[in-house]
Design a protein around this ligand. Structure first.
Ligand code: HEC
Ligand code: HEC
Length: 294
């Protein structure tokens, strides 16, 4: 990850030019909770470099060297349905359409067509089954169900209307943490802060701390946009998502790791972005970036 001064300057100028556009694009995407769709290749849909199909032609997994997305096996659907009826149906309804048994439509969100990554994220982050369904924002808690149970429930809901993204496994070994830091500053820091500690948002909601979130859940959050978080689809490739996840899980969560990750200069860059956000220090930052390695 050694970069020439010129390359660093080019990257920085590119980031600065793209930032307002991209953040606008993400926020715009956040307001409409449409099903996950993007025409871009390698962005979490089966339009990926590798697509594995089963005997009947149904998709088993897809992705590339950065992230593999696995569709939960339809064989788990029967188990998943009984787990669902026990843990979820009282609120989301026996058909998972958000209509509870007393017929109150709209009281709880419809789960059909959300994609198994969404179901998995809400269960594995402990948000579901909900502790307090009237809270402004569901809280991360110790999960009530296991990973296998989450996958089984996702398999049943997915059998009602197969949808994407499927459940991700990131392959972090080839990640570029420095690129991840730049992408994080651009796409995530406004809400989660550059150090990933989280911050208050409007109307009693908040962007949570990103410490100690498993890598797969970071991908799920990015690709599915829980709650008030935007969903990042075509504007971030799976390679870029992997870089961000590496930054969140390898750097943010262990900021004092000595050496090994090639993080020289990351701290100053990250701090520089805070200056950028509050509108000062821009020129100093450029000077710093460009001058650093001479
Ligand atoms: C006590 C009621 C309750 C139970 C039980 C419950 N949920 Fe929820 N669920 C909610 C509410 C309310 C929301 C809306 C988000 C929030 O908490 O503010 C929600 C949101 C969700 C979402 C996000 C939907 C979206 O559009 O983003 C998913 C996915 C979900 N629930 C899945 C489940 C699953 C799976 C189970 C069973 C393991 C479950 N829920 C059990 C009340 C419940
Ligand atoms: C507009 C503000 C906003 C932006 C931008 C944003 N997030 Fe979030 N993020 C949130 C909110 C709000 C939540 C909590 C959602 C909920 O629980 O209802 C969240 C949740 C998360 C979670 C789950 C944490 C947990 O406690 O389980 C992760 C991981 C995450 N975000 C990562 C990211 C990454 C990585 C980016 C950049 C690609 C990003 N976020 C961009 C607002 C944002």
């Amino acid at each position: 990850m050694k970069m020439s001064s010129r390359a660093r300057l080019g990257l920085l100028v590119g980031i600065l030019a793209a930032a307002p556009l991209l953040s606008f694009a993400s926020v715009a995407g956040a307001s409409s909770q449409t099903p996950y769709q993007t025409g871009a290749a390698n962005s979490g849909t089966p339009k990926s470099s590798t697509v594995v199909k089963g005997p009947g032609g149904s998709i088993v997994s897809y992705g590339n060297s950065a992230i593999t997305y696995t569709v939960p096996s339809p064989a788990l659907a029967t188990l998943g349905q009984s787990l669902y009826l026990e843990n979820c149906a009282s609120c989301h309804g026996v058909n998972a359409n958000g209509v509870p048994a007393d017929g109150t439509s709209g009281a709880y969100p419809n789960l059909v067509g959300l994609g198994s990554a969404t179901i998995d994220f809400w269960i594995e982050s402990g948000r579901m089954p909900a502790a307090n369904p009237r809270s402004v924002q569901a809280e991360r808690r110790t999960p009530r169900l296991t990973h296998d149970q989450a996958v089984a429930i996702a398999a049943w809901i997915n059998s009602l209307d197969p949808s994407y993204p499927a459940i991700p496994t990131p392959h972090l070994s080839g990640a570029n943490v420095a690129d991840g830091a730049a992408l994080f500053a651009l796409n995530c820091a406004a809400c989660h802060t550059i150090e990933g500690d989280g911050d208050a948002l409007a109307q009693g909601t908040y962007a949570p701390s990103l410490r100690n979130i498993p890598a797969a859940q970071v991908v799920e959050a990015i690709r599915t946009g829980p709650g008030n978080m935007p969903r990042f689809t075509g504007n971030l490739s799976d390679y870029q998502v992997r870089d961000i996840v590496a930054y969140v899980t390898e750097y943010l969560q262990h900021p004092k790791n000595p050496g090994g990750l090639g993080l020289g200069g990351l701290g100053p860059v990250a701090e520089g972005f805070v200056g950028l956000l509050i509108g000062v220090g821009l020129l100093a930052l450029i000077g710093y970036w460009v001058g650093e390695r001479q």
